[in-house]
Design a protein around this ligand. Sequence first.
Ligand code: F0G
Length: 436
Amino acid sequence: MSSSVQAELVCFEASCRERFAITEVLYNCPKCGGLMEAAYSGTRPSAGELRDLFRQRRLSNAPVDTSGVWRYRELFPFMNDNAHVVTLREGNTPLLDGPLAAQYGGLDKITFKHQGFNPTGSFKDNGMTCGASQARRLGMKRVACVSTGNTSASMAAYAAAAGLEALIFLPHGNISFGKLAQALEYGARTLEVEANFDQILALVRVLAERLGIYLLNSMNPFRVEGQKSIVFEMLDQRDWNPPDWIVLPGGNLGNTSAFGKALREAHELGLIAKMPRLAVIQAEGAAPFHEMFHKGGELHAVTNPETLATAIRIGDPVSWPKALHEVRSSCGTVEKVTEQEIADAKAMIGRAGIGCEPASAATLAGIRKLTAAGVMREDADVVAVLTGNVLKDPDYIYKYHTGKLETPSGVKIRSTFGNQPIVVPNDADRIAALLQ
Ligand code: F0G
């Protein structure tokens, strides 16, 4: 098996493509300001050799092989030495069938790729293992991120595991307690800023530069490399048989960028014979990408993004240029969904025995709209990516099921599929009567 690969950082902008060493600390191109990406040249093993290698590694107990990210390391060969790798055995997330959810979404069949099975309960772990490993390789001492909650939970855990100091910036009052609790438990220095995600990101960029801190937000190109593994693992689990559609929620659009890059590269390497279409779903109150995709022109930021799916409460998504390229080149689409649609779809994913956090449920809500509109056929082979665990936001769940959930502007959410707990006396006869 022959392989000799060179890795570089390259400006994503087609008109620039300026190249830099893989060890430079860059989030934007110094020449044109574009986003950066990792690019590889040289010879790599054949598709058949790679497929066999990935399968064989499932028999290995080496940490880099048991990780569902690093198992695919030939597909993001930026790391010079596995000794830098920090892994919590991320990835290894299942493909699950949800017949009831499929019916709700207007499909014959649906498969969920559930990233909530990750060590910190979200897809962020797939990228963070790579970002934190690169931080170690570069000899960084401190890492930072702004987050709607999951990135911070993940970064806190990986920084702790890597012996790095973690600095977290959160929008005060707008992240779920489950996520905030994780950051505290993993020992991160946590600052709650009275501003929204987009405003804090601008602040953190300034601070990172001034204080020499390594930024681990999703414009970090190594996070994107790691998140590609979500697609690689899903394809491997399907014996490299690509679905017709991959559906995912869109916030800052790092994941959309990663999925598109993964698919293009898998196609170029001959691992898959056709490209699935990407469908990105946004929450109606935070849908600038949806607007741009359908109306054309530049992205107009939403200054006051609002959604109860706080994970995707982002009005000025950093990675839109990459995401736009990926959605267009996959012949994909972008849809937006209401708070009510997200809440009901989430309950249906729960009823399927699967469960997820609110942002993840935007996928099924979007699928329901896309099948109703005839964009997605009912017999399509669809993989929906559930990005976060059901326990990330229990407050939302309790309120939905007890009829207490309200949108940020105070509109009541119907508890269409509500499941109220029942308070009963300590009396067998009365309980038996109630249950008959
Ligand atoms: N789903 C969940 C559960 C998320 O936490 C996020 C992003 C997304 C979807 C959207 O992914 O930003 O790549 O488009 N959460 C980030 C955070 C912003 O800080 O945890 P994206």
